[in-house]
Design a protein around this ligand. Structure first.
Ligand code: HT7
Ligand code: ZN
Length: 836
């Protein structure tokens, strides 16, 4: 398997400026005719990409030729300066289980071309710096025939905006639309359609509403208006990722489109809103301005995540949204950055680009933009972005192009900042404080850990937002940003008494903060800090400290901490969503990572037991309050997905989980019976499962077996909420269920991910059964769907944290996979990186 390097980038000698495609759809033998308008832009041959194509004919300017085809490449030599290249190929969408290229899902044809799926449809220069206009004709005996751009007649589409192949899309099937319209700030009337399978049309209104709000937001906040007469969204059941931003024709995993109060949870609604916005925002950040090559993936993904986070903060409230985003970043990206899969936000090499749609590219990429905004200020950011849109519209760009706009618009030297794109690893920021003779001194030190292929790293630019409180919790110094550029720095303040430091407000830099702050100071921050993140973080640090000592030393839980938690839980003036976040204990994975970071080998069983004991101690302290507290979370009236009500339901679920530890599931069973929406139902269902009562699963199944998205929840919950010793057996039994279809990525992820991510103590069972179960399933799916398999293999990426026996057991599975003949490039690369 060949490694591709950023340093080898070269523009194509011959480009394609227009693509004319005709499709005659057939499940087993689809014919694709392509007419490519080609133009020379430098010396050299034209090398086209094609994968699994049956080539019927090739002609240049009307003359048939027999081209040189070498594996997945067609090499054309001695070409004129301008010519028409015509090809005809045959493909079999029904046999396409990889869900890349043109495939079928429930009788419907659809495409997924990012990153390199277009080459599975026809011969083409399948790379993002080749941008062409498109005409598409679709022939099929199906009522709905869609492609990119504007419709020119039945099954005929024209896309006037030059785009790379990865944004091409085609959908054909028996679909129904929920429609609306939007008039842009430029006066363009846009038809909006959400296309779904007949029967699902009652669950589209939230997605449509989110789309309209996204369109308005992008006009108001970024000055970006939509640019075609139609915007189509299609829901597909079989999809490798969340959604895809194809120009004018977004294709979505149906779980991120379909929602009704009866079938979707608050988390589903929030995800739909965020992902609809994300894909829509790509129209400018990704589509109008795209990436020069796949190493620049963060150019569109980091920026678009940053934009969807801004949108969600505006729609749902800054504090809880920001804390949620930080939790996701730490859970996924910090883990990735600390292990064998660590890579820079802009990688310098890859074997399979699909393996680089990672938390580092997406989430860390977004944090880097957040830091840039902090450094140049809101006005500087707006000026830099405006210059980027003006200068690069219609181009395929690099991170250097992006940063140059900010350097030019603000006059700042951003060369050190560029290290955030080049250096992998989460910086560690160590803070020590001292108070002496009226001088408060902070000593700051930063180190960037070694990561695969990178050692001896340079110090980064760290925008450190901080404030100071006095002993009563009054803010004596409001937020200031210190720009740390060296390995060490010192800050001094003349003050009458030692203050309480509120460090890294808003999580202003994605670093691991090492600061041995006193319990007393953390309690002051938890009660009084003005910044919601540092306030929440103080409570988190108190909890983590206790849990780590409980795991490492068998320590108990002190009344001081339990009282502080109880005070927050019962504080009727505090926002319910914030209380729910503050009550949630650090996850098992988070504790394992922190223990490992502090030199303790994490024991997954001990972590599970310690978390349960801590929850039990909190539940016992709150016992008499729990029913009243839950009653206060009631949301009278019809279910409303807005954040205010969702926050109350989230707190209610947290309290129910505590109550279940005391009453064996009695309250949860009652809540299950009383639930009138899926959020409350799932909360109650998982609590009943936690109590060890599995009969509820049969009731749930009887009620919901007709609904595939709800059944995904059913599959996942049973595995994630099984007792650790039972989890592998539960997962294994579910893979034999008549509705378990491993070819459907949602279902596969529900069961396999339910174990690896949802039940860490079960996955890490000491006898290695969880590891063998995962490897068995990865090997089984690898041939059919390598993308999803490779993605799921990351469950093994933390393997060097664990004890020698577990490491041996995991290494055995990694070696077994590595030694399997015919392993996909996707899984092969992942396994090799994890073993290196
Ligand atoms: N840009 C999209 C990425 C994507 C994707 C990548 C590889 C294989 C399948 C895929 N489906 C979607 C989604 C996004 O970030 O908006
Ligand atoms: Zn994206």
């Amino acid at each position: 398997n060949q490694t591709i390097y950023l340093r080898d980038y070269a523009p194509v000698p011959v480009t394609v400026t227009h693509v004319d495609l005709s499709f005659r759809l057939d499940p087993k033998a689809t014919r694709v005719q392509a007419r490519l308008t080609c133009a020379r832009q430098g010396p050299g041959d034209m090398v086209l990409d094609g994968e699994g194509l049956k080539t019927i004919s090739v002609a240049i300017d009307g003359t048939a030729i027999t081209p040189r085809i070498d594996g997945d490449r067609m090499i054309l030599t001695d070409l004129p300066d301008a010519f028409l290249l015509e090809t005809e190929v045959e493909i079999a969408p029904q046999d396409n289980t990889a869900l890349s290229g043109l495939y079928m899902s429930n009788g419907m044809y659809c495409t997924q071309c990012e990153a390199e799926g277009f080459r599975r449809i026809t011969w083409m220069l399948d790379r993002p710096d080749v941008m062409a206009t498109y005409d598409v004709e679709i022939e099929a005996d199906l009522p709905v025939l869609l492609s990119n751009g504007d419709e020119k007649g039945a099954g005929r589409w024209h896309d006037p905006w030059p785009k790379p192949t990865y944004l091409f899309a085609l959908v054909a099937g028996n679909l129904v639309a929920t429609s609306d319209s939007f008039t842009t700030s430029e006066g363009r009337d846009v038809a909006l359609n959400v296309w779904v399978r007949p029967g699902d049309e009652g669950r589209t209104s939230y997605a449509l509403d989110a789309l309209k709000r996204s369109m308005l937001w992008d006009e108001k906040v970024y000055g970006r208006a939509y640019d075609l007469s139609v915007f189509n969204i299609v829901a597909v059941d079989d999809f490798n990722m969340g959604a895809m931003e194809n120009k004018g024709l977004n294709v979505f995993n149906s779980r991120y489109v379909l929602a009704s109060p009866e079938t979707a949870t608050d988390a589903d609604y929030a995800n739909i809103e965020r992902i609809v916005a994300h894909e829509y925002f790509h129209n400018w950040t990704g589509n109008r301005i795209t990436c020069r090559d796949w190493f620049q993936l963060c150019l569109k993904e980091g920026l678009t995540v940053f934009r969807d986070q801004q949108f969600s903060q505006d729609a749902r409230g800054f504090a809880t949204q920001r804390i949620g985003d930080i939790m996701t970043l730490r859970a996924r990206q910090f883990r990735e950055d600390a292990g064998p899969l660590a890579h820079p936000v802009r990688p310098e090499s890859f074997v399979e680009i699909n393996n680089f749609y990672t938390a580092t590219i997406y989430e860390k990429g977004a944090e880097v933009i957040g830091m840039l905004r902090t450094l140049v200020g809101a006005e500087g950011y707006d000026a830099g972005v405006a210059l980027y849109f003006e200068r690069h519209d219609g181009q395929a760009c690099t991170i250097e192009d992006w940063l140059a706009c900010f350097a030019e618009a603000t006059g700042r030297d951003l060369s050190q900042f560029m290290l955030w794109y080049r250096q992998a690893g989460t910086p560690r920021l160590t803070v020590t404080e001292d108070f002496n003779n009226g001088v408060y001194t902070l000593d700051l030190k930063q180190t960037v850990p070694d990561t695969p292929g990178q050692t001896n790293k340079s110090p980064m630019t760290l925008p450190l937002a901080y404030g100071l409180l006095d002993a009563t919790g009054t803010e004596i110094r409001p937020t200031d940003v210190f720009e740390m550029t060296d390995r060490a720095a010192r800050l001094s303040f003349n003050l009458p008494e030692k203050p309480v430091l509120s460090m890294l407000r808003g999580f202003s830099a994605p670093v691991v903060l090492e600061f041995a702050q006193s319990d007393a100071d953390r309690l002051i921050l938890l009660a009084h800090d003005t910044d919601p993140f540092t306030r929440w973080e103080a409570g988190r640090a108190l909890a983590k400290d206790r849990l780590m000592r409980a795991v490492a030393e068998g320590a108990g839980f002190d009344a001081g901490w339990i009282d502080a938690v109880a005070t927050l839980a019962t504080d009727a003036d505090a926002d319910p969503a914030f209380r729910a976040l503050a009550l949630a204990l650090p996850s098992e994975d988070d504790l394992a990572a922190s223990l490992h970071g502090s030199g303790v080998v994490p024991d997954p069983d001990a972590i599970y037991i310690a978390r349960r004991a801590a929850s039990h101690a909190i539940a016992t302290r709150l016992a008499s309050d729990l029913p009243g507290l839950r009653a206060a979370c009631a949301t009278p009236g019809a279910y409303d997905p807005r954040a205010e009500d969702a926050g109350k339901r989230s707190l209610s679920a947290t309290l129910l989980r505590l109550q279940t530890l005391l009453d064996g599931g009695a309250a949860a069973r009652a809540a299950y019976d009383a639930a009138d929406n899926m959020t409350d139902r799932m909360a109650a269902f998982t609590c009943v499962l936690d109590a060890g009562d599995t009969e509820v699963a049969a009731r749930f199944e009887a009620d919901w077996q007709h609904d595939r998205l709800v059944m995904d929840k059913w599959f996942m919950a049973q595995v994630a909420h099984a007792a650790p010793n039972d989890a592998v057996d539960v997962a294994s039994k579910l893979t034999a269920h008549r509705d378990f279809d491993p070819g459907n990525p949602n279902r596969f992820r529900a069961v396999i991910g339910g174990l690896t991510a949802g039940n860490p103590a079960g996955f890490h069972r000491a006898d290695g059964a969880g590891y063998a179960f995962l490897a068995d399933w990865l090997l089984r799916l690898d041939k059919a769907n390598p993308q999803t398999t490779a993605r799921m293999s990351t469950a093994f990426d933390s393997w060097r944290r664990f004890d020698a026996d577990r490491q041996d057991l995991i290494r055995t599975q990694l070696d077994r996979m590595a030694g399997t003949e015919g392993l996909s490039r996707d899984l092969g690369e992942m396994v090799a990186r994890m073993l290196a």
